[in-house]
Design a protein. Structure first.
Length: 527
């Protein structure tokens, strides 16, 4: 009898202790490993046992509920830790890809797998307790039922709440940050043993979150194959709004590397509030989002910036650079891979990346989640990323120089240049513009005024040019011009309703290279 009881405590029923679901197999009840967690306790003492006293029956049925809880917890852990869906010998990769595109639900969860690992730890302690009880019963000349109850007494406090937890997780399909929220709320209880177990499960869940944070804030990579992280790609939101996978692939294929980096910064990622744990403040989540985006920028400089950086490190006469203008930067595309790597490492030194990783590793190794320590670490990482991004944009890309150039030419700070230009073009502007050559005609007085008033030290004048958009001169960026953004004086190009006559359509254009496009967005430039 006690031997049957010990087996039932480990989930194995027999003739004395039965599982009501197994008794109803003929009714088509699914008892496979993938079957959902049972909502009713189905371990019962066989009804035809007449030699057991009613009081003993009540005690035994109370004890065997632990076996039911153990089996359901073990089934949940086995199912959550099953990785056979990654690669199956019976299913070809092509057919599996087609299944994913058809939208078949994938119930895999990195956070669920982590929680399952914690449950396995707790169940191993339970199995050890059952084994210890068996050893006591075998050594005792008169084994009694009270020995079993006394040895498993603490698990009457632990297993039922854990069973209710996995029941809620599976019933409501709780994942990611929502799962962390649930565990964080369950930690607030008055039972120290149960609180320690839930905190251990929460620790396992935080390990996944810290791994995702390290991937995002150290390497700028979003590691979230199951959509459980609170940082998401913008195209994930597009997919939720019924954008087909083929459309998304085609859209991404059309984007150049530089355009993709700009899209990443402005629209590429967002905070997914449904997966943001309640105990992580929105300000902290925004800092995490910014830090990851900044690291992506620093680790992935554009090809034009690499070429420009190589050009700046070579001894080239100042005049020759100015004559070549913007096209000269693209003549050094074939540079060694090691040089590109060095440029990326200069933007974010390996020592700084190691420092970020060490801060996250320290949080990861802590046995409890300390909100204050977490927020301080995130603020420090944000400061590191912001400092190197400032170094890139303000110092290396000379943001102040570009702002001064915009002031000089768009706000007419160089009045002598414009006065000279008006004088040189006075005779030309007395005549109506010719549609085919108006822009070329203007370039003659424009260059003469530049020669007379602007010295060679003004390296930003080569970015300024005149346009006559009202005469069919197209200024929209083509796919080849994606790395550059243009701005036009007085917003002439943006107002199609304005009727322009004669030379009224003259507009100034200023080209902006990476990474200043992060600062000078199209919206900013249009103003």
């Amino acid at each position: 009898m006690l031997h049957e009881l010990l087996l039932a405590l480990l989930g194995y029923t027999g003739d004395l202790i039965i599982d009501e679901r197994e008794q109803h197999k003929s009714l088509g009840i699914n008892l496979s490993p993938d079957a959902p967690v049972s909502e009713e306790r189905t371990f019962k003492l066989a009804p035809d046992l007449s030699f057991i006293h009613p009081s003993e029956r009540d005690i035994i049925e109370k004890v065997i509920t632990l076996g039911f809880y153990y089996r359901e917890l073990d089934r949940f852990a086995t199912k959550s830790r099953d990785l056979s869906w990654i690669r199956s010998t019976n299913v070809s990769p092509l057919s599996r890809t087609s299944e994913l595109l058809k939208g078949k639900p994938q119930k895999s969860s990195a956070y669920g797998r982590a929680i399952a690992n914690g449950i396995v730890e707790i169940l191993s302690v339970y199995r050890s307790a059952v084994l210890h009880i068996e050893q006591i019963l075998l050594s005792d000349p008169t084994p009694i039922l009270a020995t079993v109850i006394q040895g498993l007494n603490k698990f009457f406090v632990l297993l039922p709440p854990l069973y209710e937890l996995i029941l809620e997780i599976e019933r409501d399909d709780i994942r990611g940050g929502q799962l962390l929220n649930l565990l964080h709320k369950r930690c607030h209880c008055g039972v120290p043993e149960l609180q320690a177990c839930i905190q251990r499960l929460l620790w396992h869940g935080h390990q996944v979150m810290y791994n995702q944070l390290a991937s995002w804030m150290v390497y700028g990579i979003l590691q979230d194959q199951h959509g459980e992280f609170f940082i998401r790609r913008q195209e994930d939101r597009d997919v939720e709004h019924e954008a087909s996978p083929s459309d998304m692939v085609e859209k991404l294929a059309r984007m150049s590397t530089d355009d993709a980096s700009l899209t990443d910064w402005h629209l590429g990622f967002h905070i997914f509030l449904d997966m943001l744990p309640d105990y992580i403040h929105m300000r902290v989540a925004e800092s995490i989002l910014f830090a990851g985006k900044a690291i992506r920028v620093l680790r992935n400089p554009s090809s034009a910036f690499r070429s420009q950086d190589t050009l700046n490190h070579q001894q080239i006469p100042k005049g020759s650079h100015r004559v070549q203008g913007l096209t000269g930067r693209f003549s050094f595309q074939k540079e060694p891979f090691m040089d590109m790597q060095l440029i990326g490492e200069e933007l974010l030194p390996q020592s700084e990346a190691d420092k970020i990783e060490a801060m996250l590793q320290e949080l990861k190794e802590s046995s409890e989640f300390h909100k204050r320590s977490f927020e301080c670490a995130v603020d420090s990482i944000r400061a590191i990323a912001a400092s190197h991004l400032w170094q890139l944009v303000v110092v290396r890309a000379d943001l102040n120089g570009h702002l001064k150039a915009l002031k000089n030419y768009f706000l007419l700070a160089k009045g002598d240049f414009f006065q000279c230009f008006l004088e040189e073009s006075r005779q030309l502007m007395r005549l109506p513009p010719r549609q085919s050559t108006a822009e070329a005609d203007l370039m003659v007085p424009f260059q003469l005024a530049a020669i007379k008033t602007i010295g060679d030290e003004d390296k930003y004048f080569s970015r300024v040019s005149l346009r006559m958009p009202s005469f069919g001169i197209t200024v929209k960026s083509s796919q080849a011009d994606l790395p550059k953004e243009k701005t036009y004086a007085d917003g002439i190009l943006g107002s199609s309703e304005m009727s322009l006559e004669g030379w009224d359509g003259i507009a100034l254009e200023y080209s902006v290279d990476w990474p200043l496009q992060l600062f000078f967005t199209q919206e900013v430039l249009s103003k």
